[in-house]
Design a protein around this ligand. Structure first.
Ligand SMILES: O=c1[nH]c(=O)c2nc[nH]c2[nH]1
Length: 488
């Protein structure tokens, strides 16, 4: 831990060689809080303190020690009596550019969902729509304590990047990439594998490590049903060259596996095929992976593939993912919300609750008996934090509260009816907490929400602009939502 003398020297602008940057580094001390670190020793401080200098955690310990060492030189000392500090949540599968399409595809099957609703929506988006959609999505993510997300593949990454920079969040952004298959709008169907790789390399050049290092550019593969082998293999190789990740929907529905079996000559589905062509690797983040058998779980585990489990979206259109089996096989499984048209709610708090309950319930038909011990609260909290960080390959910097890591953290006020009384902090965070209990969010050392008010933008203005942009976009796309009842 840095001591106060070292920090004071760090801030003393009269020192030879001092820069403007050292002059403005503020020291913030948060103390008197329950701190759930999510570090490798699972440390929880009953009365802990954290020191944040610029963008990093420079001390974490018992409150008394932190105050003794840093109290005298802190610019801000915040007493968090009765409150809880957690690492910011990491949402490992979200489509930010789909936020303006919330509610356009409820209660339909995945193929209809994609062909008749989502692709017309996405192919009619402008860059300005993507920017606004990402801002709107970001507002909801921040309110549920998310500081970092992995974009699953969307339109106009430049718009997303502008929004992320403004929101103050951290993100791995990926373009939606497809080069073949049924139902594609004409402009997309014309793209070759080379076009797809080139456009993503350009994005990488322009945006990777931008926004003070908060943005990373990943490669996208939308799904196997819309990818040639040329595209899959070129993406695998480009990811190796760029040292970046690949985000792909994998084994979502039985139809997908059947199509792979019928057209690509393997005896099971997508994962078997990806294994066969050497596509599985540790920088692949596979979303959903619902329809996988034991052999495929073993392929994923051996290759070090990470899985993003999206409980709500899976319940709506896909089915029950074998999460317990994947974790038992050693696969790193994290949590995602998916996009607004496939979930409607962008809350990792809700996903934690659902992940635990759904996977307990799944045991009844998967293994013939109940298992209330499946996916216990501490495991689910890991999925939303440190395992999320591992999934996006950023765990050296985020996912836990530790000395030297980035200051991405959230403050929870557990004094409301939803969380009182607390006998076990970890289970309360998973089973009782609502997004409304999250009061403050810090990302990269900056407060982006305080007192449930987003500080980086005007929420009301974004909400109002989003309503107009969404209607205009649906008009352009020719998407009509039929009333379900006798609307007079
Ligand atoms: O839930 C989903 N959302 C999507 O955007 C998508 N694209 C392919 N498969 C998908 N599944």
């Amino acid at each position: 831990m840095l001591n106060s003398r070292a920090l004071a020297a760090h801030r003393d602008t009269t020192l030879p060689g001092a820069t403007m940057e050292t002059k403005i580094a503020e020291v913030t001390v948060l103390h008197n809080a329950v701190i759930v670190t999510m570090d490798s020793e699972n440390r929880v401080f009953r009365n802990g303190g954290i020191v944040v200098v610029k963008d990093r955690i420079q001390g974490i310990d018992q409150s008394a020690k932190i105050l003794e060492n840093f109290g005298a030189i802190a610019d801000h000392i915040i007493d968090l009596h009765g409150q809880i500090i957690l690492p910011g949540f990491i949402n490992t599968h979200v489509h930010t550019s789909q936020q303006l399409g919330r509610g356009i595809a409820d209660d339909v099957d995945l193929v209809t969902w994609l062909h008749d609703r989502i692709w017309p929506y996405e192919s009619n988006m402008t860059e300005a729509d993507s920017y606004l959609s990402t801002l709107l999505c970001g507002i909801e993510l921040i309110h549920s304590g998310v500081t970092c997300f992995a974009e699953a593949g969307g339109q106009h990454v430049s718009g997303m990047a502008r929004a992320v920079e403004l929101l103050g969040m951290r993100a791995c952004l990926a373009e939606s990439i497809m080069d073949c298959g049924q139902g594609l709008p004409e402009s997309w169907a014309k793209r070759t594998a080379d076009d797809c790789i080139k456009s993503q390399k350009d994005l990488y050049k322009e945006y990777n490590n931008s926004a003070d290092g908060r943005i990373r550019i990943w490669l996208g593969i939308r799904q196997i049903m819309n990818s040639t082998d040329d595209l899959l293999l070129a993406t695998r190789d480009a990811a190796k060259d760029l040292c970046t990740g690949i985000h792909m929907h994998v084994a979502e529905i039985p139809y997908e596996n059947q199509l792979v079996k019928d057209t690509r000559e393997v005896d099971h589905g997508t994962v078997t095929y990806l294994e066969k062509i050497g596509f599985l690797q540790k920088n692949l983040l596979a979303a959903h992976t619902v329809w996988v058998n034991d052999a495929e779980i073993s392929f994923l585990s051996k290759a070090g593939v990470k899985v993003s489990h999206c409980p709500a979206a899976a319940m709506r259109m896909l089915g029950f993912a074998p999460v317990k089996e994947m974790i038992t096989a050693g696969i790193c499984v994290s949590l995602g919300t998916d996009g607004a048209p496939s979930n409607n709610r962008m809350s990792i708090v809700d996903e934690m609750y659902l992940a635990s309950l759904i996977n307990k319930g799944r045991e009844v038909f998967a293994n013939g008996t109940t298992d209330p011990t499946a996916l216990p609260a501490e495991m689910v909290l890991k999925m939303a934090t440190i395992d999320g960080a591992k999934s996006v390959m950023w765990d050296n910097e985020i996912g836990s509260l530790e000395m030297g890591k980035k200051a991405d953290l959230i403050i929870i006020d557990p004094s409301s009816w939803s969380m009182v009384p607390i006998h076990d902090c970890i289970s309360s965070l998973v089973y009782c907490m609502r997004s409304e209990n999250i009061t403050c969010v810090m990302c990269n050392g900056q407060w982006i929400m305080k007192g449930r008010k987003i500080l980086t933008m005007d929420e009301a203005d974004i909400i109002s602009q989003a309503k107009h942009a969404s209607s205009a976009l649906l008009n352009r796309a020719g998407i009509k939502i039929r009333p379900r009842m006798n609307v007079l």
